[in-house]
Write a protein that binds this ligand. Structure first.
Ligand SMILES: Nc1ncnc2c1ncn2[C@@H]1O[C@H](COP(=O)(O)OP(=O)(O)OP(=O)(O)O)[C@@H](O)[C@H]1O
Ligand SMILES: [Mg+2]
Length: 238
């Protein structure tokens, strides 16, 4: 078996006395689409923050693309191909849509390919095309989510990490965003998706981890979890 693209072992995250993540093991092979689901406060965002370098892990080992991430700053992890769309999106509010998209591509040296990819993203999200020259802060929540996703894709990540892309969005917006995520996956992107909407998350991924109070309580094929009575009762509202 080849080494996974991402290998997290025994991850611990603390905020002072609070242990938000405890002994988490998670791996993703290149080309896999994996979701991490769990209730509010389960430790999903904390896991992603430790992965992308926004906070330091208190315990454990993180390896990505054959390298240890120990002590590596966030911008260097991005260079290695770890791109995250954070909870709440984090677009640059005073920059235009166009500038935000170019910011995603700042490490690239292929302007023609960048321009072609921006065209493609605008084709997926016509909302962004209409507001191309406007400040991103004027966009609706759904439009900002589209922009943040487009910006992350423009960095050509090896692993795309999404934290709650459906949060606060109208159903039609959620549908649009998830159609795009599915298309990006079909083209071979490796995905780690964190989602409150567990049903949706299990539908667009092949493998899943269930996090409860900072610990993985269940993992397996997404399809099997969709049928699991405990998962259905706890996370799918059945
Ligand atoms: N900056 C922080 N300082 C102190 N405690 C924090 C901080 N961020 C998160 N926590 C705590 O850590 C635990 C895990 O939070 P986390 O944000 O990782 O959960 P989550 O699974 O992403 O939840 P949600 O679904 O609500 O986004 C919670 O108990 C939370 O209150
Ligand atoms: Mg969260």
């Amino acid at each position: 078996m080849t080494e996974p693209l991402l290998d997290i072992r025994n991850l611990g995250v603390r905020y002072g006395a609070i242990r938000a993540v405890k002994g988490l093991d998670l791996h993703i092979h290149a080309g896999e689409h994996v979701t991490l689901i769990g209730a509010n406060g389960a430790g999903k965002t904390s896991t992603l923050r430790a992965l992308t370098g926004l906070i330091a892990a208190s315990e454990g080992e993180l390896r990505f693309a054959g390298r240890s991430l120990h002590g590596m700053p966030a911008h260097q992890r991005l260079r290695l191909g770890l791109a995250m769309v954070p909870e709440g999106r984090g677009v640059f509010a005073r920059m235009s849509v166009e500038e935000n998209l170019h910011a995603g591509a700042y490490l690239r040296r292929d302007p023609d390919a960048v321009a072609a990819q921006i065209d493609e993203i605008l084709g997926w999200f016509p909302h962004l095309k209409r507001r191309f020259k406007q400040p991103a802060g004027l966009l609706s929540g759904g439009e900002q989510q589209m922009l943040a996703l487009g910006r992350a894709l423009l960095s050509q990540p090896r692993l795309l990490v999404l934290d709650e892309p459906s949060m606060g969005l109208a159903p039609t917006m959620v549908e649009r965003i998830f159609e795009t995520i599915a298309e990006v996956c079909r083209r071979g992107m490796t995905l780690l998706l964190v989602e409150q909407n567990a049903r949706l998350a299990l539908q667009v991924t092949e493998r899943a981890y269930v996090l409860d109070s900072g610990q993985v309580t269940l993992s397996g094929q997404s399809r099997a979890l969709l049928d699991d009575p405990q998962v259905r009762a706890a996370y799918l509202g059945d």
